[in-house]
Design a binder for this molecule. Structure first.
Ligand SMILES: [Mg+2]
Length: 131
């Protein structure tokens, strides 16, 4: 599984890396702008990400705007599959959740992230083996 973690906080970034590393070393980006650049570079190289964990509150470019741009780049570059996107945030805010779903993410996790919930979701999305 090729994964990108887009997260501005060190602790959350380290935690996600630790949870996901056994499925392939994740790439990391520190903000939305870097995340969008990483997605574009991966698509140009013909090796798109399977999974993107995308924080919502970030400097430079927030997660929702980054997601809109990522989906737009995918629309232009037409990879075989769109990346699965899991939005992560400390805001358990209903409007944010609804907006994230509307802007085409696959799942939404509230921090602190529970590793079991994350891995269950990755299994449901067929990104990691079920057993
Ligand atoms: Mg943040």
């Amino acid at each position: 599984m090729k994964t990108l973690i887009v997260e501005d906080e060190f602790t959350s970034r380290a935690l996600l890396r630790e949870m996901l590393k056994r499925y392939g070393a994740p790439q990391v980006a520190m903000n939305g702008r870097e995340g969008v650049e990483a997605v574009r570079a991966a698509l140009e190289a013909g090796e798109p990400f399977d999974l993107i964990c995308l924080d919502i509150m970030m400097p430079e470019l927030d997660g929702q705007e980054a997601l809109r741009q990522i989906r737009q780049i995918e629309e232009e570059m037409r990879p075989a599959k769109r990346a699965r996107v899991i939005m992560t945030t400390a805001l358990a805010d209903r409007d944010t959740v609804v907006e994230s779903i509307n802007s085409q993410c696959d799942y939404f996790l509230v921090k602190p992230i529970d590793g079991r919930v994350l891995l269950d979701e990755l299994r449901r999305l067929d990104l990691i083996p079920r057993s």
